[in-house]
Design a protein around this ligand. Structure first.
Ligand SMILES: O=C(O)CCC(=O)C(=O)O
Ligand SMILES: [Fe+2]
Length: 200
């Protein structure tokens, strides 16, 4: 079961890569859904920060996003249901108290990137585990657009955004970035959250 290997990887080193997490038809249908939203103009430039501190900073990230909610599309619901099963598996194993999953489509036009960052906000530690699913069929190495993770001992790992793969990591620990892409790059980025304890 892929969930067990995600859990084992997280316990061992805080991240996991599952190269065939989504079956081909689901990955393809999600890519179609993302492109449809993009064509309709539903995606908006992504911001940096949270709520009232939210700002669009093109020097930091250049992707366009739209949140995925239950009931918007059958294919979106299928993805959210599999993340719900993963949430329950993570809670059973790690007692993280994850009580929510939020996720958005992301569309990186050619030239876009996302500079190195952690997924946890300075004033809100509710984002606990990050899960990113990639939706790019026949992605070639020369397109760029890999996600670079900064591991221990100054090592880095570049993960190409290949259709169907899922990367999971601890949101507060893993420094990561999206390297500049030369092609349109589609993904679903999400976070398992626990109830936020506000730092005043
Ligand atoms: O698309 C990716 O590979 C990662 C995106 C990301 O780091 C984010 O949205 O916080
Ligand atoms: Fe991130």
């Amino acid at each position: 079961m892929p969930f067990q290997s995600i859990i084992d990887d997280l316990a061992e080193h805080g991240w996991s890569l599952q190269e065939h997490f989504l079956c081909d038809d689901l990955a393809h249908a999600l890519a179609t859904e993302c492109r449809k939203r993009e064509a309709r103009g539903d995606l908006a430039p992504a911001g940096v920060g949270r709520a009232d501190a939210l700002a669009v900073r093109e020097g930091i990230r250049g992707d366009f996003i739209q949140w995925l909610e239950l009931g918007q599309s059958a294919v979106g619901d299928r993805y959210l249901e599999s993340m719900e099963s993963l949430r329950q598996a993570l809670n059973r194993e790690f007692f993280l108290g994850l009580d929510e999953f939020e996720c958005h489509f992301a569309f990186y036009p050619p030239g876009a990137f996302y500079k190195p960052h952690l997924d946890r906000f300075r004033d809100d530690d509710s984002r606990t585990v990050t899960a990113v699913a990639y939706l790019n069929h026949a992605w070639q190495p020369e397109y760029g657009g890999s996600m670079r993770m900064y591991l221990e001992n100054d090592e880095t790992l570049d993960i190409p955004p290949l259709s169907g793969s899922l990367v999971v990591f601890m949101s507060g620990d893993m420094l990561h970035e999206v390297l500049p892409t030369t092609q349109e790059r589609l993904s679903l980025t999400g976070w398992f959250r626990r109830r936020s304890v506000q730092v005043l």
